[in-house]
Design a protein around this ligand. Structure first.
Ligand code: DX5
Ligand code: ZN
Length: 218
């Protein structure tokens, strides 16, 4: 089962509630919310205030992707604001087990994001704690970048790792997903597909959600 996670990074920020409604009605399962701090990545985006403002407007799973340094300091606020799933970057967490434990204790689902170059072995000993692993297929910071195909074998390897251990961890892919790349990542074992520009940059975002799902064979 493929889940679609539209990234509001490419939505119209003056009409966010409306954009969210469109993709929710189109059947998207997750709402991908990209949080950037201008330090971990060279861009600044969304804070907990926006998550809180959107929360009463949607029943989608709020999938909050923290591209920030020192995420431990901000996790409680994002969960209070309505995050259902919180992803921290392994590269930003020197005490990853502690960071993940905090998210779990606060009652949210827990994910780890890995940059394209980061090997899978950094999550080897925390994998059983994870609801989701987010593999970046672009260098994080901006929407509309080109898919990095070198990550495909990493998706397959993670999928094998999860199967061998009998886990139910979801594999989310983020960056450059469209109707051409969705089938590649789905075939490699991904089941949650983030798409920003391919959905909100389309003339008909609802149709784009359906097209990406269909291209992935779902
Ligand atoms: C990039 C963000 C992505 C971004 C994806 O740093 O994490 O979620 O919105 O945008 P597209 O789908 O346009 O590559
Ligand atoms: Zn993201």
């Amino acid at each position: 089962m493929i889940k679609i996670a539209p990234s509001i990074l490419s939505a119209d920020f003056a009409n966010l509630a409306q954009s969210v409604q469109v993709v929710e009605q189109a059947g998207a399962e997750y709402l991908h919310i990209d949080v950037m701090d201008g330090h971990f990545v060279p861009n600044i985006t969304i804070g907990p205030l926006i998550v809180k403002a959107l929360r009463p407007n949607s029943n989608m799973v709020f999938d909050v992707h923290l591209m920030i340094n020192n995420p431990d300091a901000y996790v409680p606020e994002f969960i209070k604001a309505g995050a259902d799933l919180v992803c921290v970057h392994a590269e930003a967490c020197p005490h990853l087990h502690r960071s993940l434990s905090q998210i779990k204790e606060l009652g949210a689902k827990v994910g780890v994001a890995l940059n394209p170059h980061t090997p899978l072995n950094v999550i080897e000993y925390v994998l059983p704690m994870l609801d989701l692993v987010l593999l970046m297929t672009v260098n994080p910071g901006f929407g509309g970048q080109k898919f990095i195909p070198e990550v495909l074998p990493k998706i397959k390897m993670l999928s094998n790792m999860i199967q061998e251990r009998g886990l139910a961890t979801e594999i989310e892919i983020d960056g450059g997903i469209n109707t051409e790349t969705a089938p590649l990542v789905a075939q490699a074992g991904a089941n949650v597909l983030v798409a920003g520009s391919a959905i909100f940059g389309a003339t008909n975002p609802a149709q784009a959600v359906a097209d990406i799902r269909k291209s992935a064979g779902a």
